[in-house]
Design a protein around this ligand. Structure first.
Ligand SMILES: Cc1cc2nc3c(=O)[nH]c(=O)nc-3n(C[C@H](O)[C@H](O)[C@H](O)COP(=O)(O)OP(=O)(O)OC[C@H]3O[C@@H](n4cnc5c(N)ncnc54)[C@H](O)[C@@H]3O)c2cc1C
Length: 180
């Protein structure tokens, strides 16, 4: 699969992917090295996939702590973060730790603790999708030519080396205390 990301003023309502047209891709790559057109011409099928961003939801848990959202339903990520699946898995691990630690008698509080433990981290990781997008979309190509590494995908330790399970185990009691 090849992806070409470009500016687009169009809005959408429900569905976000449509059959695309090669002619539209050619317009976007006008003026680029001819090799780009040669590659694109070989594409058998084009999908016009809108990148739709939503601000973080204010909360993921229902009033009575009976329903919790996780993964993309709670926090959509831009592809420039490359973290949607990872954060969905971290959610699942943390929710599991909270339910285990809370026990069957305390499910609503365990679910609320899950949101407390996850919320700020996920919001910060969501933001990396914006900062990386801006870095790529607003690149100063003269600077990049001198220092190609400056445009590499950031792989920061606070994102990649975080142990969500350990953190949940360590913070659960304190978070529950603050909730009550
Ligand atoms: C092209 C692309 C590249 C990506 N690259 C990365 C990457 O490099 N790294 C990364 O971490 N993330 C990446 N992601 C993001 C990642 O795929 C998502 O963030 C992740 O799949 C979210 O998981 P989820 O379980 O929340 O939702 P989903 O994986 O969307 O799962 C939701 C499931 O619910 C089902 N469903 C929906 N409605 C109903 C219904 N009414 N009844 C029953 N079932 C229903 C769907 O069919 C689906 O199986 C990428 C995504 C895309 C599209």
């Amino acid at each position: 699969m090849r992806a070409l990301i470009h500016q687009d003023e169009a809005d959408i309502e429900e569905s976000w992917s449509f059959p695309g047209k090669l002619e539209d891709v050619f317009k976007v790559i006008q003026g680029w090295d001819p090799i780009c057109k040669a590659i694109v011409e070989k594409t058998p099928e084009v999908v016009d996939w809108k990148l739709v961003y939503r601000d973080p939801l204010p909360r993921w848990v229902s009033d009575h702590g009976r329903i919790a959202l996780l993964g993309d339903s709670a926090h959509p990520f831009l592809p420039t973060s490359a973290q949607g699946a990872t954060q969905a898995m971290e959610d699942g691990v943390v929710l599991a730790v909270c339910l285990k630690r809370g026990g069957k008698a305390n499910i609503p509080n365990a679910v609320r603790a899950y949101q407390e433990i996850r919320y700020d981290r996920v919001k910060a990781v969501q933001k990396t999708g914006e900062t990386t997008r801006d870095m790529w979309h607003k690149a100063d190509w003269d600077k990049v030519a001198k220092d190609p590494e400056s445009i590499q995908m950031p792989r920061e330790d606070w994102v990649f080396k975080f142990d969500a399970e350990k953190n949940a185990e360590e913070t659960f009691d304190e978070v529950v205390k603050q909730l009550s």
